[in-house]
Structures are given as C-alpha cells and as structure tokens.
Design a protein around this ligand. Sequence first.
Ligand SMILES: N[C@@H](CCC(=O)N[C@@H](CS)C(=O)NCC(=O)O)C(=O)O
Length: 236
Amino acid sequence: MKPKLYQYAACPFCNKVRSILEYKGVDFETIEVHPLNKKEIAFSPDYRAVPIYIDSKGAQVNDSTPIMRRIDEEFPEPGVFSCGPAEQAEELKWLAWSDKFVKGLPTALYDTLPNALKSFDYITQVGKFSWFEKLTIKFSGAAVMTLVAKKIRKREGIARPDDFLRQKAGEWVQGLNSRPFMGGEHPNGADLAVFGITRAVEGLRALRVLEENKVFSEWYHRTQNLILRRTETVNV
Ligand SMILES: N[C@@H](CCC(=O)N[C@@H](CS)C(=O)NCC(=O)O)C(=O)O
C-alpha cells in the first residue's frame, strides 16, 4: 500500500519527511491534520505530534529523523544517509545543528503579532481547512505563537531573530565548505533535513532573510531542483 504521511503542510518536521520522499520519487499520500482537535491522528493516543508516518507495510513510525531513516531503508534508491564513519559523524553533527535551527525559527516567524498573522495566513493557505477553521486557527495560532516565540527567544538567547537566521545561513555555508551538498556530490540526511525545514518557510519573510546569503540560496535551489526533477520523472 501507499505510505501515508500525517502532517501539517507548513510544519518544518513534516517538510523534512516530504523532502526525502520526494527526493526518492516515492508515491505517498498526505493527510492534513487539524492542529486543534487532531482527529485524523486519533489512532495514535500516545504520540500526538506530527509527522506520523505509516510505511508501505502499515507500520507506524514517529519523529521526523527516525522517519527519514526508515524511508531510506524502505526505499533504498537513491541512498541518502551516509555510510562511512567520518561521513556519518559529520551528518550527525549537522542533524543536531538542524534541531537548533528549527527551534529558533518561530522567533523569526512570530516576532510580532502582525508578522504572526501573516505566517498563519500562509499556514492556513497551504493546509486544507474550511474558512471557519482558517479563521480560528489563524487568530488563536498567531496569538499563542507570538507568546511562544517570546519564550523561545529568552530560552535560546536570541536577541534579534533575523540575525539568528543570518547566522544560521552562514554556519551552514561554512559547513558546506564549497561543496555542492553537505553530503558532497549528493544530498545526505542533513541536506534533506535542512532543506525541508527551510522549505517550510517558503512563502515567508524568513526565507528572504536566509537567502540574503547567496551561497545558502544556491544550495537551497540546487536541492530544490534535484527534488523537482525526481518528482517530475515519477509523474510522467
Ligand atoms: N521531534 C519531533 C517534533 C515534532 C513536532 O514538534 N511537531 C509539532 C508540529 S510542528 C507538533 O505536532 N506539535 C504538537 C501539537 O501541535 O500539539 C519531530 O522531529 O518529528
């Protein structure tokens, strides 16, 4: 059977999983979860976050990075996660880095209430919601996330969210060290994780700030083109 991805369209963790599935040209189904009542994942009383992945044999896998690894085993071609010990260590380092990157993102998306409303406009546009759901999610989400963003800023010591994004883009580019991908000639798990996280802010100001870094922007589009080529090949 077709694998299933329970997601929020704009969630960075879900976009990590979508990126590896699309890179591998897997035919999969996405199920948009209602962020307030989460009725679509009622089958999972103990794990209430998205993404949840149901593999082609019907087994449930939780948590974006373990899901990506499962997909790499389930659909081995083209291989994504690194094999050699040095490559694996580098990949792990950048996967850990991507967790910090993703934690700081809300501070840039929801730094002020008007910006939070813009972000939620985008989130409700890309998700599948009725107009009433859009309205409730937009206003309650924006209000809650503005407060959450303030807390994260304090906890992570992020003084200026845009500078945090610029710093992250710079660190990633330094790690690339003139290579096309963190995985060298081909994207590895860290490339697809960071690409997915970045793609989640595609329609938003945060991506424009990240793309001020030209090398970061080139890496982003290089990865995007590779994914687009694979999905086009599958659809012909
Ligand atoms: N470590 C998890 C984190 C997943 C996560 O935090 N997902 C958020 C959505 S972006 C979520 O579902 N939060 C619970 C909620 O919405 O109530 C992963 O990498 O998949």
